[in-house]
Ligand binder design. Structure first.
Ligand code: NAP
Length: 256
């Protein structure tokens, strides 16, 4: 019998999709322990106090080597039996490349690509056979997006990386799912506009989704072994179009 408690690790657990994912995992008693990470310690404590599953808080800025090492040390010290890893931490800025600071560009790549990759790697030895990995990408990763170029490219990376990792881990029956939502009602949009506004406008206002629905759908899709989960008709259509229409044509219609 396995004596080590099972764990689900969620990055970006302090708000939005990651927080809702933790709440859902708690509701279905998905693991003995929920490891919740983010920078906002107060939000993580509040989340821990609101759930019944034992929560382990790891406060870390994963855009930095120091933050990554905090997480790595914890994992190597505790040697958890990981049932699920959900990489939800993410950031992006809705500005042209020339209008973003060097640190905004760096943070986007560091959190969305580098940290996600390193967290996957450090968890691999501790993943149970048959475990799941959920990587939150975005439908922005389907097509290059002028005005949101670095974010969209970072999410293309997440989709490509997740698909390949799924095959690398096939022998261990580990399922890797890239989740590709369109607009979701979280603090993402406010951060993406440097605090200018948290509401989606135009067409996005009509298709914006609830983070709890994305979280539940992601866990279910991963459980079914889906390599990609694209929530909603509009994003499924975008996914299809991105496969059949030349990208140079689509880019002209995209307005970020
Ligand atoms: N909302 C959307 O429209 C949308 C659409 C498609 C995909 N997504 C993706 O969904 C994921 C979750 O975003 P969300 O919508 O839930 O937005 P959110 O509410 O802003 O959540 C983002 C999470 O990422 C964490 N994070 C950001 N930078 C970090 C850092 N340097 N170190 C550690 N944690 C960091 C935040 O934690 P702290 O604040 O505690 O640092 C927060 O928990 C992201 O990958 C995002 O790209 C969002």
């Amino acid at each position: 019998m396995d004596q080590v408690p099972s764990a689900a690790i969620v990055t970006g657990a302090s708000s939005g999709i990651g927080r809702e994912l933790v709440i859902y995992l708690d509701s279905i008693s998905a693991a003995d322990e929920l490891w919740i990470t983010g920078r906002n310690g107060q939000a993580l404590s509040d989340l821990r106090d609101s759930i019944k599953t034992k929560a382990v808080i790891i406060e870390a800025d994963i855009s930095s080597d120091e933050g990554i090492e905090i997480l790595r040390r914890k994992i190597e010290d505790e040697e958890p039996s990981i049932k699920l890893l959900a990489n939800c931490a993410g950031i992006g800025y809705r500005y042209k490349v020339e209008d973003q600071s060097d640190s905004e560009l760096k943070d986007t790549i560091d959190v969305n690509c580098t940290a996600l990759t390193r967290v996957c790697r450090m968890c691999l030895p501790y993943l149970r056979d048959g475990a799941g990995i959920i990587n939150i990408a975005s439908s922005a990763g389907f097509i290059p997006q002028p005005g949101f170029a670095v974010y969209a490219a970072s999410k293309s990376y997440v989709i490509s990386f997740s698909r390949a990792l799924h095959y690398e881990l096939k022998a261990r029956h580990v399922r890797v799912t890239a989740v590709c939502p369109g607009p979701v009602r979280t603090s993402f949009q406010k951060r993406a506009t440097r605090g200018a506004g948290d509401e989606f406008t135009g067409m996005r206002a009509h298709i914006v989704k609830d983070p709890a629905d994305i979280a539940v759908g992601a866990v279910k899709a991963n459980g079914r072994g889906h390599r990609t989960y694209v929530p909603g008709i509009s994003q499924k259509l975008l996914h299809l179009i991105s496969k059949i229409i030349p990208q140079n044509w689509i880019i002209r219609w995209i307005k970020c």
